[in-house]
Design a protein around this ligand. Structure first.
Ligand code: BTN
Length: 321
């Protein structure tokens, strides 16, 4: 597909562009426009004025996602499916070969999407980013809590860029805007590690199950208009790759600053659940390698390893005894 042509039209901001200025051969340009229209891009054609961009395709466009992606690992291969059981399963299957490192699996719909703690993850077909990334990390990057943090940092950065609002990470894997969940991360281990991301892109209120309507949101709801999911997937792949690449070069701690900045809990009174019980105090610092620093009521400081923390609840969400 002629993506440079698509981008040229898009950059014209909805104005008509004469066919002569879209390529050397008019016949070729008209055929390429036809292909873009057939795929589902919204392009208006006029016999004299040329062509004008009207909007993205409703389905994910692999060519658009991969065009000049420029990543080192994540997105070296991108597979877009219409309907799958779970994208995490497809990525896990590909883990049989390390040549598949960086594979991104995307789907319009999942029939058996999984969330954390055995929950299901459901999303209307074509409404979301349902993405799994296969990696073969080594050393301290090969830790589910670190990979979850990387997914959450990348998603929250992209959501902030797209909405202009602060997207924060609620431990361990929720990305929220104004306290409403916009995305979740599910890291699973196979022969490699799979980072699964569910990001509510064009979901409407009605798309959420009744019990989640008050607590979930989407980019479309935040912005008031639908978004180009292929562009969103592309940004997410680039953000994941940038963080992964930096951490390979500099170590797991390189992600900590971004992770700390995005934490919903830092500085708050929290209740932390670990395998050995619960502990309350003020969360004074967070580091992916040094752990979580908690100041208890009596002034004592406790350090907890990130991988031993099951859940964190902030004071505003704690129910009084
Ligand atoms: C959660 O918040 O509980 C995590 C949700 C993760 C959902 C994504 S959607 C893509 C990938 N495939 C799955 O089956 N789950 C993850």
């Amino acid at each position: 597909m002629n993506i440079p042509l698509l981008l040229q039209l898009r950059e014209a901001g909805g104005e008509f562009v004469p066919v002569e200025s879209l390529g050397a051969s008019q016949n070729r340009t008209l055929a390429d426009l036809e292909e873009l229209l057939e795929f589902g891009f919204s392009i208006e054609q006029h016999p004299y004025l040329g062509a004008a961009y009207r909007g993205p395709a409703t389905r994910l466009c692999p060519d658009q996602i991969e065009h000049r992606l420029g990543t080192r690992r994540v997105g070296r291969r991108v597979a877009v499916w219409n309907r799958v059981g779970s994208t995490n399963d497809l990525a896990a299957r590909a883990a049989a070969s390390t040549a598949n490192e960086g594979l991104v699996v995307l789907a319009e719909e999942q029939s058996a999407g999984r969330g954390r703690r055995g929950r299901t993850w459901s999303a209307r077909a074509g409404s979301s980013i349902l993405m799994s990334v296969l990696l073969f990390p080594v050393g301290s990057l090969d830790e589910p809590s670190w990979l979850t943090a990387m997914g959450a940092v990348a998603v929250s950065e992209v959501v902030s860029e797209w909405t202009g609002r602060r997207a924060a990470i609620k431990w361990p894997n929720d990305v929220r805007v104004n306290g409403r969940k916009v995305a979740g991360i599910l890291v699973e281990r196979a022969a490699g590690s799979v980072i699964g991301i569910g990001l509510n892109a064009n979901s409407t209120q009605d798309d959420f199950p009744a019990d989640l309507r008050e607590t979930a949101t989407s980019l479309r709801l935040l912005l008031g208009s639908p978004v180009d999911r292929s562009e969103l997937a592309r940004d997410l792949i680039q953000s994941l790759d940038a963080h992964y690449d930096e951490s390979i070069r500099e170590g797991a701690e390189a992600l900590s600053a971004a992770w700390r900045d995005r934490s919903e809990h830092l500085g708050s009174l929290v209740r932390i659940t670990t395998p050995t019980g619960t502990i309350e105090g003020r969360l004074v610092d967070l580091s992916l390698t040094a752990g979580l620093e908690l100041r208890e009521g009596d002034g004592r400081t406790v350090i907890l390893s990130a991988r031993h923390v099951h859940s964190i609840v902030t004071a505003t969400e704690l129910t009084p005894p």
